[in-house]
Write a protein of this length. Sequence first.
Length: 537
Amino acid sequence: MRDRTRIHANRFSLPRAATLALAIWGTCIPAPAGAQQRPAVGLSAQRARLLVEEGSGHEGPGAADYFGFALVAADFNGDGVDDLVGGLPGNDCDFVVWDCGATLLRLGAQGVGLASSATRQIQMAGPGDPAFAELGAALAAGDFNGDDKDDLAIGMPGYHVTFDDQGAVQVHHGDASGVTSGLYLLREGDFGVPGSAIPQDRFGFAMAAGNFDGDGFDDLAVGIPGDLASKGMVTVAHGGDGGLLPFVGYVMRQGEEGLPDVAEDGEEFGYALAAGDFNGDGFDDLAIGVPSEDDIGAVLVVYGSPNSLIFANHWYLGQLDLGEPAEAGDRFGEALASGDFNGDGFDDLAIGAPREDGAGGVPQDAGQVLAAYGSASGLTASNTRLWQDSLLGPGESEDSDLFGTSLVAGDFDGDGVDDLAIGARGEDDGLELDAGAVTVVMGRRPEGLTGVARVLRPGHYPIGIIPDHFQQGPGYGASLAAGDFDGNGFDDLAAGAPYREQAVAVPDIGGISVLYGQLFGDGFESHDLGEWSEAVP
C-alpha cells in the first residue's frame, strides 16, 4: 500500500530562520499594482515547463493526439520522488490505423524535477484490435503488488475484440526503470473478471486506486459508465502478491446487494471515481460519480472495511444534501477528488458540477465545486461551495466556463493541509474561446477551502504555463495531477491542455504544463516582479 505521507515527507522540517525570512520578505516587499495576492510559498513560475509530445512518424506529434487528456502522478521506480504519465488517446498506430492511443512517462528526480524527455512511450500490446482503443484516455496508479513501487493502470475505453467500445485496462507494474514492459489486461469475461462485454460498455473510462480492505495492497476501482445502455457499473479488483490478477473482486450496480436507487438508462454510474479515507478508520472509501442521475447528478460514497467496501454502509448524496439547489443538466459528480482540506486527519471530497448555472440560469454552464468534509462518522453535509465569482470576484463566472471540469488535491504550499486545483477548460481569455484556466484554492486549518485563491491562465502569470499555442481553445485544465516531482516536500501541479496546437495548422496535439511548488516561490528566485506578494500564510 502506498504511504499517504511519503510525498509530503519533511514538509515540517523548515528551519525557524527560514520561516522568519519568509515573513520578512512577505511583509517588506510590497506587491505591485495588479499582482495577485498569494502565499509566500507554493506554485511558482520559476522552472515552469511545457511538456510536449515527442517522437517522429506516427509516434510523434499528430493532429488530434490529445496529449494530456489524462494525467497521473506516482512513484513508479520507488526512488521517493513522483513521476508523471500523460495520456494520448488519439495517437495513431500508423497512418491507416487510427486512435490506438499511447502514454508518455517522465521520471522525477530529487532536486531536479521531471526528466527533460519522455522515458518511455507505452502502447497497446495485448490481444484485440488496437484501432480506436483510445489507450491513455484514463489513468490511475497504486501499489497493487505491495513492492513499494507504484503500478500503472491505463484505461482503454475504446478497446474491442468482438464489440465496439467494450473497453479494457492495461496494467504495468513499477520497477527501477519506471514501469515493466510485461503487462496484463483486465476486461470483462476474461481471467475471472465478472461481466460480459457488450458494445459501448467503455470499461476503463474512469479509475481510482485505494486500499479498501487495509491488507497492504492497493485495489483498483474501474468505471464502466456505458454498461447496459449507459446505466453503468463499477468493478473492484483487489491487489495481491501478483498484482490485480488472479482476479479477486466484485461488481457494484445501483439497486443491487444493498446499494441504493434503481439503475436507469443514461445515468452513467461510474463516470468518475475517487478514493479517500473519509472516516479515518484506516480503510479507503470509494466515491462514485453518477452525473446524469435524474438529469441532475449524484454521488455514491461506499465505506471500506476489513472485508472491503460494505455496500450497506453508504451515503447517496445530491446537491440538495449539501444545501445547493438541484437543477437539470448540472452534472453534479462529473469530477471528484479527495484530500484533507481542513487538516483534521479525515479526507474530504470535492465534487464538480461543471454545468451548474448561475442565479436565474445566468450565466449558463458556469460551473461550481462543492467540498464535503470528512469526520469520524464519514462525510458530512458540512461543506464549502466554490465558484469563480466567489473566489475571484464578480463577473468571473461566465457562460460555458465549465468550472469543475477536473479536480486534484495537493499540498502546494507545504503547510500540511491539502489545497484544491480546479480546472475550467471552457474559460475564455479575451477573444480566445475555451483557452481554459486553473484555479488553486488553498486549504486552511480548521476552516478548509477558504484560503487564498489564484487563477492560472494560458500565456499569463505565472509565465510559461501554456505559451505559443496557435489555435483557439487549448482547453488548459481539462486534466490535472499533483505530485512532488523534485522531492522538495512541496507538491507540484501538472495541467493538461489536450486541444493545444504544437505547430501551426496541426490542431489538438496537446500539451502539459508543470508548475513546481517551492520555498520562496514568489519572485525571489524567479526575478519576476509580477510574482511578488506580501500575503503571508
